[in-house]
Each structure stands twice: as structure tokens, then as C-alpha cells.
Ligand binder design. Structure first.
Ligand SMILES: Cc1cc2nc3c(=O)[nH]c(=O)nc-3n(C[C@H](O)[C@H](O)[C@H](O)COP(=O)(O)OP(=O)(O)OC[C@H]3O[C@@H](n4cnc5c(N)ncnc54)[C@H](O)[C@@H]3O)c2cc1C
Length: 389
């Protein structure tokens, strides 16, 4: 097979990049390790930045999001004493959209089917060959048969555990990492959300987040030690812990019910530099990971796609390589700012094991400052709705 852009990974990055490139007349083939059902069953992000929403419009996949998504004007931050509202819309004129990653991915798969894009599922042993030449190609196995895909460029959209980043020799790249000493236990339940906007709680009982995917689907999280296992957490234990971390009126109005998904996600900040090696480009989680506290993972993937899609169209349609030469630096500038915000939100909202009493006072003072300073709320709102591309 031959194509213009070979895309490794059929998650949100790969699908969105492919959809935008196809709309601009660039041919793509997507190679995905898992089945479509598996990709669509992964419960992950749910908050879309303003820029991500615009990108989904541009990609022609926004109809269902506009009909079923839930635009949010703001969110809440609480500790034991305070409940602070940050009104994004008043402070920035923009909103975020609550619409699950599984829904975004479903819409993109449907749009790609309509475009007739080749998406090869269940591929194994993907190897990116000759990325520093003008004739890169990708080898892979499907149904026991070894195949070859020739292309002009390779987009590595294969997540944190994919092959793309590791294709770049270690002496040609640098990794920056912070692993946090706790994880998030997340529960999805078919219950009415306890509050109309997201509530981030930093209580003396630990961190919790009350969020949602729709008017009938709630997503809740509590902070847990990394040594905890999901099966140690019965639904009853989870609801009790969650309610103990939230303000009384939010906890009191909470509808509880059986979990339909329960998982523990470790929290990590990670950046690989650079994002380019010859004709191979890293996009989304293959290049960086953020802790979910700032709701930035999926949104950073979308901003990488924005830069790379425009750069590849310029290169392939106009012979102008300025965009691809500048891709890594442009994307990394925004990535590091989102890293900073996610790290700051994580530090502001979590208890760290063994911390001194000073740390707790700092968190309380940060929230107090947020409640009293419009400047502090505006800064948070600007970052939360997403910095400009
Ligand atoms: C448990 C969890 C919860 C999360 N919660 C949030 C949240 O609340 N908010 C938020 O903003 N973000 C969240 N994220 C992050 C967000 O989901 C990711 O940032 C987003 O999925 C990145 O998209 P991606 O396409 O770059 O990578 P991925 O979604 O990881 O997609 C990569 C794709 O590549 C495929 N692949 C991997 N290796 C290969 C290979 N060798 N060959 C071919 N294909 C391959 C994978 O099967 C996958 O389909 C969460 C992530 C996880 C894991």
C-alpha cells in the first residue's frame, strides 16, 4: 500500500488528524493495534476546550456534540470551608464542552468511514522504517501476514505505550517526567450528576472530583494510594469516601447507584522532546502525558493535531516545509504551558503522603486567594478553557 501520511494509532489524535487531512485532500491510512470496539470502550476524557470544539467543527464532526454535549460556563473549587465558583464565560467570553472522549471517537470513526479512509485494526509488530529519508515506510503484521505501507510522512499517534516515540534513538531525544505518589479511582455510574458543573474538592479527607458525561451519566473520582487495587473498592466504600470529600450540599443531593466502570489511573507528567525525527512526527499521548486534574490530555492532543495538520497540508499541497520544520517547537511551547497548569492544579488540590502541615495551609490560602481575586480566577479560567493555538 502507498499513502501520503501513514498514521500509527486510531485513538482521538490519529482519527482527528486523518479526518482533517482527508478533508484537505491528503490521503491517509490508519494502523490501529486494537479492535474498534476496544478503542470505543475506553472511558477517558470528558471536557473539551474551546479550541478543541472549534477543531471538531472544522473536521465536520460537531453535529452530535452540538446536540448532545453540555456547554459549561464554569466550575467549582472547594475545601472544608469554601466553595469558589470560577465563571469561565464571564471572565473569558468562552466555555468548555462536556462531551465524552468515547463520543468524540465514535463520531470520528463514522466520519472516517464516510470518507472511505482505510483503517487497519488489530495490527501487530509495527516498525517505522527509514524515517530520516525521503522514502519512509511502515511494516506491520495483520492476520499473520507481514505488510508494508509506503508514505511521505509518518504521524505517531499511538499513545504513551506505542512504538513511535521509541523509534527515535535515545541520544536524539530527551524525556522529562514527574510521577505523582497517588492515583485517581474513577467510577462511571448511570446516575444524575450531583451538581450542574464540575466540582473539584480539596478536603481534609482528600481530593475528589464530581464530574459528568451527560445529564444521566456521572463520572466521579477520589484520590487513592498507588498501592490500592480496584477490587478493594466496593461501590459502597467508594460512595462513602466520595461523599466525605465533597461539601455537604453536593454530597447530600448525590444520586448513587451501581458503577458501570471503575478503574485506577496513576498520575504522571511526561514530555518527550523533540516531537520530530526526520519525517516522523509525534502527536498527543505518544509525546506527552498530563495528570487529568487540568482536563488537558485530549485537548493537548487536539492542539498538536492543529499544528501538524496545517504543516502537512502546506508541505504536501504547496511544497512549503516551514510548518513541519517549526512543528515541534510550536507544539512544545503550548504543551509546556499546559504541563505547568496541570501540575499547578494537581499540587493545589491533592494531599501528598508525608507532607508537612505547611502544605495544607498553602492549599487553603490558594483557594482563599482564588475566592477573593478576580485576577486569580481569570488566570485559572484562561488556562482551563485552553490557551490560544
Ligand atoms: C484512564 C485514563 C483516563 C483519562 N482521563 C482523562 C481526563 O479525564 N481528561 C483528559 O483530558 N484526559 C484524560 N486522559 C487522557 C486522554 O484520554 C488522552 O490524552 C487521549 O486519549 C490522547 O489521545 P491519543 O490519540 O494521543 O492517544 P490514545 O488515546 O492513547 O490512542 C492511541 C492509540 O494508538 C493505539 N496504539 C498503541 N500502540 C500502537 C501500535 N504499536 N501500533 C498501532 N496502534 C497502536 C492504541 O490502541 C490507541 O488506540 C485519560 C487517559 C487515561 C489512560
Amino acid at each position: 500500500m502507498r499513502t501520503e501520511v501513514a498514521i500509527i494509532g486510531g485513538g482521538p489524535s490519529g482519527l482527528l488528524l486523518s479526518q482533517l487531512l482527508n478533508k484537505a485532500g491528503v490521503a491517509t491510512v490508519i494502523l490501529e493495534r486494537s479492535s474498534r470496539e476496544h478503542v470505543l470502550s475506553r472511558i477517558r476524557a470528558g471536557v473539551l476546550e474551546w479550541g478543541t470544539v472549534q477543531m471538531l467543527h472544522e473536521a465536520g464532526v460537531s453535529d452530535r456534540m452540538e446536540a448532545e454535549g453540555d456547554p459549561h460556563d464554569g466550575c467549582y473549587f472547594t475545601d472544608d470551608d469554601l466553595m469558589v465558583h470560577v465563571n469561565f464565560h464571564e471572565l473569558t467570553g468562552k466555555r468548555v464542552m462536556v462531551y465524552g472522549q468515547t463520543e468524540v471517537t465514535t463520531d470520528l470513526y463514522e466520519a472516517q468511514d464516510a470518507m472511505g479512509t482505510t483503517i487497519v485494526h488489530n495490527v501487530e509488530d509495527v516498525v517505522i522504517q527509514d524515517p530520516t529519508t525521503n522514502a519512509p515506510y511502515v511494516e506491520y503484521t495483520v492476520n499473520g501476514e507481514r505488510r508494508r505501507l509506503d508514505c511521505a510522512y509518518v504521524a505517531g499517534c499511538d499513545g504513551f505505550h506505542g512504538v513511535s516515540r521509541k523509534t527515535i534513538p535515545e541520544d536524539k531525544r530527551k524525556e522529562f517526567e514527574r510521577v505523582y505518589p497517588f492515583g485517581w479511582l474513577g467510577v462511571l455510574s448511570r446516575t444524575k450528576p450531583s451538581h450542574h458543573e464540575l466540582v473539584y474538592a480539596n478536603s481534609s479527607n482528600g481530593f475528589a472530583l464530581a464530574s459528568m458525561r451527560s445529564q444521566t451519566l456521572s463520572r466521579y473520582y477520589v484520590q487513592v494510594p498507588l498501592t490500592d487495587k480496584v477490587d478493594e473498592w466496593s461501590d459502597e466504600r467508594f460512595w462513602t469516601k466520595l461523599q466525605s470529600c465533597l461539601p455537604a450540599d453536593v454530597a447530600g443531593s448525590m444520586e448513587t447507584g451501581p458503577s458501570i466502570e471503575k478503574s485506577i489511573a496513576p498520575l504522571r507528567s511526561f514530555v518527550n522532546e523533540p516531537l520530530r525525527w526526520g519525517r516522523l512526527f509525534l502527536v498527543g499521548d505518544s509525546a506527552h502525558i498530563v495528570p487529568p486534574t487540568g482536563a488537558k490530555g485530549l485537548n493537548l492532543a487536539a492542539s498538536d493535531v492543529f499544528y501538524l495538520y496545517n504543516a502537512l497540508v502546506d508541505a504536501l499541497k504547496k511544497g512549503d516545509e516551514t510548518g513541519i520544520d517549526g512543528y515541534s517547537e510550536r507544539a512544545l511551547t503550548r504543551i509546556w504551558k499546559a504541563m505547568r497548569f496541570s501540575w499547578q492544579m494537581t499540587t493545589m488540590l491533592h494531599q501528598f503522603e508525608g507532607e508537612d502541615s505547611f502544605a495544607g495551609q498553602m492549599r487553603k490560602a490558594t483557594l482563599k486567594h482564588l475566592s477573593q481575586s478576580e485576577t486569580a480566577r481569570r488566570d485559572l479560567a484562561e488556562n482551563y478553557i485552553g490557551l490560544p493555538y
